[in-house]
Design a protein around this ligand. Sequence first.
Ligand code: KG4
Ligand code: ZN
Length: 345
Amino acid sequence: MKLLGIETSCDETAIAVVEANGDLESASFELLGSAIHSQIEMHREYGGVYPNLAKREHIKNLPIVLEEALKKASVEMEEIDQIAVTVGPGLEPALWTGITFAKELSEKYNKPLIPTNHMEGHIASVLLANSKLEFPAIALLISGGHTELVVLNGWKDKKIIGQTKDDAVGEAFDKVARMLGLPYPGGPEISRLAEEAREKKMDEFNVKFPRPMLHSKDYDFSFSGLKTSVLYYIKKHGEITPEHRQEIAREFEDAVVEVLVAKSKKAIEEFNPKTFIIGGGVIANKKIKESFEALVREEYPNIKLLIPGKSLTTDNAVMISIAGYLSLLSGEKLELKAQGNLKIN
Ligand code: KG4
Ligand code: ZN
């Protein structure tokens, strides 16, 4: 069947057409066409995402993005079988624009709607390249709004075992970047500076930040304390030279990596997964990606590590189409309304 996916939970307006086949155990997907309009440039001016600005942009761009996606897929609206739309989690004013647009399409063309969970989308994104997923699986979801460890015994049996108590990883990257005078989104900027410090093997300032909750007995995370340590450090030192800034970025990134890897390792030891999935925009981070590749290669060679390509890790509608199909097959029925704090279950 052909699914149209619609995603407007944050600052990307995305629509995709995906061909889906098979049952829950053997579902396979082919991307027919996808279009995306990113608002990053606009939000950059304000240093972050403003929900009402995002809403206005989504409303303006949805019809344009739809036309482009259908054109790329060489598909007419009449040929679509189901419409999957993100209902949460995310910014509610932004989510509503996608839901309202999906409802209009559903009524106009008489197509059923599948309310879809954005975080399930991040997990399901790996199915485009891997049709058969071996369970149990663990998914680490790291994005601007979320930091979660999820255990899956199947698509119908998912459980969040750990999550952030305060800031999400991407959010911490963005906030620390702002403290260092770097533009939004800060993740890639911090990453670039940290790489520079590593390349030059700099160690002039001996910067040290804490590893929050590294040894806690649960799988939860906390990044707000780390962010505050960076703030105090910067305040204490006043004038920060470009070299000093590079070292701060590296130490911050190292602290984040250490915590993410340690918690994931703990979860692997307990749940013995066959598959480890990493989703969400933050996995674009080279250091994080390489650290997980090394972890699996060196310590758990029997685990299959799945990290989708960049176009599928940042917010997109391909993953919403895929998750929508799984949701349809598993009989999951979410409410058709914006749910800012929607959880996986
Ligand atoms: O998944 P995503 O595209 O949107 C959300 O659903 O939040 O993730 C965006 C987040 C931003 O916080 C951005 O700073 C972060 O991902 N990010 C990075 C990198 N590239 C993007 N964080 C660290 N290093 C990167 N290279
Ligand atoms: Zn996301």
